[in-house]
Structures are given as structure tokens and as C-alpha cells.
Design a protein around this ligand. Sequence first.
Ligand code: NAP
Length: 497
Amino acid sequence: MSNRLRVVVVGAGFGGIAAAIELQRQGIADVTILERAGGLGGTWRHNTYPGAACDVPSHLYSYSFAQRTDWTRLCSPQPEILAYAEEVARRHGVDRLVVGDTEVTACRWDTTTATWTVQTAGSRSYEADAIVLATGQLHRPARPEIPGAESFTGRLMHSAEWDPDLDLRDQRVAVIGTGASAVQFVPEIARVARSLTVFQRTGNWFLPRRNRPYPRAWRAAVAHVPGLQRWRRAFVTHYGEALTAMIRHPKTLGRIGAARSALFMRAQLRDPELRRKAWPDYAFGCKRVLFSSAFLPALARDNVELVTDAITSIGPDGPVTANGRTVEVDTIIYATGFRTNDFVAPMEVTGTDGRTLHEAWSGGASAHLGITVPGFPSMFLMYGPNTNTSGGSILVYLEAQAAYLAQALALVRSRGGAALDVRPDVAARSDGEVQGRFAGTAWTACDSWYRDGGGRIVANWPGYMREYVRATAALDPSEFTVVSAPVAAQPADSLSG
Ligand code: NAP
């Protein structure tokens, strides 16, 4: 193996960008980022619905090494976040590593050469010593299978595939789903649509988020008062950790969270009937707590109706509910989330002994620290199993993962090996620890997208951001097997294509 490691990163969202920057920092220059979309940005490129923003304050939803003091609001809108991702990538020279419009279909480990072959949907393939799968958890839209949907004569689309030309002024609109995406665009649509019917399957817990543009004086203070930005980042970090503490301890701290949320929701939902319909029936924090001061008031508007009857079918004119009512609409928007448990699918990843990741995960997805899987040498996952957060910023996790995988590759180099494979007993032990830590937490108190079909919680990290950062800070070489370089391997200097 050449000392010049070749790394292919799949996905150019915040995870892929963080990985590429860290690899470059560690002197690994041969990095290629393959991206299905036309450019970088990941979820912030795809989710362009009206009102799209991050509900995590920007001074925490940003890289620690690329802090900005000129955010226009507490929680930045999608265009601002996308521009930030592009700017950081450009400043660190990783934008030029992105090969857009390139969908990876398969990655295959070759034991004889100790390399990965990365196959794209075109005819091109790439050879690499290590692969970083940074495709995220929230990139494949989940569409509900509602009978008759194909017979609908109006327009039907998913919130993650928003048509920029869609004009909902004076339209009759139905929104199916009331998760984090819906709560952002429902108030925007309510303002312009003739009628808006929101179909809710489960109510949510809400906390306030006003998110007005910062006054000029405040922006000047953030830009010029030394330490103010750092203090705000630390404050939001503690706020996120406190939210996690409430989820971890539903019978004690969780009650405080539920009471705070209930107070806010009661003030927002004056109509008792609407309040009854919108109220959640599960423990605070089991599903994602939603931050919005605009969603519940939007439901109270005259042109908006909240429907909690189940949808049994969709006819030519619109959704049909269990009591036989047809809600006639021009447009139906699925705000039904993403296929989160598939992780890297539909990409087929084949490791040692011809075993696929799909097979390795037949009992449920898992990875050591959410990053490495036994039998898949030098394959690193960004935002892998059990690394989602309900309290805090995913960017904290992504940075930790990027630093960890860079350490892994430094170890490969220093040992003169070809790759690093996590020991199966280590992965099994850490999975047991992760799953064990969910016991007694609010996450186990309801069904959510954090679980897979078997009920295992596979999306979320069960603890605090600081715990994850600590756990990944120093890679333990004894947890890995160094895969030897094949004797006949010739140095390879660049990616083959
Ligand atoms: P989501 O949270 O998974 O919400 C999906 C919604 O659709 C839920 O209300 C769900 O109801 C409903 N639903 C799903 N299938 C349905 C069906 N067959 N019939 C009726 N209703 C159905 O999806 P999302 O709102 O797109 O958000 C996904 C994740 O993306 C979030 O949890 C968050 O992590 C991330 N996100 C973050 C932000 C941010 O600002 N940081 C913004 C948007 C999204 P049930 O609750 O009953 O399942």
C-alpha cells in the first residue's frame, strides 16, 4: 500500500465536508467526495420548503472551527445554512473534491488487494484504501402507502422534494404529517392557501421558537464583544444537554420539560377542542420535541383545519378519512419524514467474505461508536447508527466522527498496514452498552423513527453530546485489527476511474 492513502467519501453534506476537511488536515490529500446531487450541502440542498430552517441555534449548528458571528437569526434559514456549508467547503479547499451528479451504487472490499472498489451509477468506478459513508440518516423520503394515491388528480409531493415553482396561493392544500418539517412550512402555507387541512397521526410536544431577525445592535454585539459568541455556543450546548437529561430521566427532569411545554402549548391553544386534538399522548421527548411558536397558532386560523381521523385512502379529489369524509384539495404534501433505518441503502456495501452490510445488520443496524462495523475494514460511517441527537447539534457528532476516522487512518499508516477492522467483540460490547443505556428513558416510551422494524432504537445516541465526544476523542488501537498490506500490492498514486 502506498503511504498516499486514497479515500472516497460518499455524500457531500455536513458529514462529508467535515470528514474531508479533517482528512486534509491530517495530510491525507487523495480524497474524492462523490455526491448524488449536483453540488454539496446534503439535506440543506434538498429541503427547500417554505420556512425551512434549522431549529438548532446556528452558533451550535456550525463547525467549532468555522464559527460565524454574522448569523442573521438565532436559527438560520435553509439558504443561509447552505451558503455556510458552501463557504466552509470553499475556504478549506474541499469543494473542489466534490464530484457531483454521481450516485454510488455499491462498495466492495477486495481482500486480495485490500482495497475498496466504489461503483457509481455511471460506468465509472473508484478504487480506495478507505471509504467514508456520509449519506446521512435523513435523505430518502418516506412516502406513506395510502391506497388510491395514484388516482389523485391534483398535485402530490413530498416535503423534501419541494417544487420551487409551486404556487399555493388560493389553493386547497392537505398536509399529511406533523413532524419537524411540517411545523416549519404549515404556518407559511396557511398564510397564502385558501384552505389548509393538516392531517395529524400523533400530537407533539412543543417549545417556543420565535426566530425573528436579530436587531442590528445585537448583531454588532455578537460581532464585537469578545467571548460573547463562545458564551452563546456554550449556553446552547448546556441547553441541549439539559433537554437530553429530561429525556433520559422522564420521571423526574422530564416532568419539568413536560410542564414547561404544556404551559407554552396551553397559552398557544386557546380553543379547548383544538387543544385536545393537538395534545401529545406520550412521554415528553420520546419523539423529537418541536421548536415552533408559529405552528399551533397557524392551526387556529379560520382557513386551517386539524384532522386527526385516520386517512384510509386517497381518491381523485383528495384524502378520504375513516369516517368516509373526502377532503377535496388541489395539492397534497407528504410531510411524512424519511426512511431512516436503511442508513446507507440502497447502496450495496460488501465487506470481507462477501458479506453485505445488509446481512451484517439483519438483526438491526449497529456500529462501534456509530462509525465502524466488523468485517468492513476501513469503512467509516458518518451519522451512522445510534449517533442522532434529540438534544443538541449533529455537527458536534460529525466533527467527533471526522476526527476519529482520521485517527484510524493515521494508525493504519503508522503500522504500515492496509486497513483497520474493528474487533467483533468490541462492536458487540459497545452495541450492548448503547442499547442498555436506553432502559428507562423517554425514547423507549413510544414508537418513533428512531426505532427499526424490530423496535430497536437504531437512530439515537442514548446519552449526552459530551459523552460521545469523550468516547470518540482517543481511538483505542487495541479495539482494532490491522489488516496487512498484500505483499504484491503496488503503490497507487491516484484514483482510478
Ligand atoms: P418526521 O419527524 O418523521 O415526521 C413525520 C410525520 O409524518 C409524523 O407526524 C408522522 O406521524 C407522520 N406520518 C408518517 N407516516 C404517516 C402515515 N403513513 N400516515 C400519516 N402520518 C404519517 O419527519 P420530518 O418532519 O420530515 O422530520 C424528520 C427529521 O428531520 C426530524 O425528526 C429532524 O431530526 C429532522 N429535521 C430537522 C429540522 C431542524 O430544524 N433541525 C427540520 C426538519 C427536519 P407519527 O408521529 O404518528 O409517526
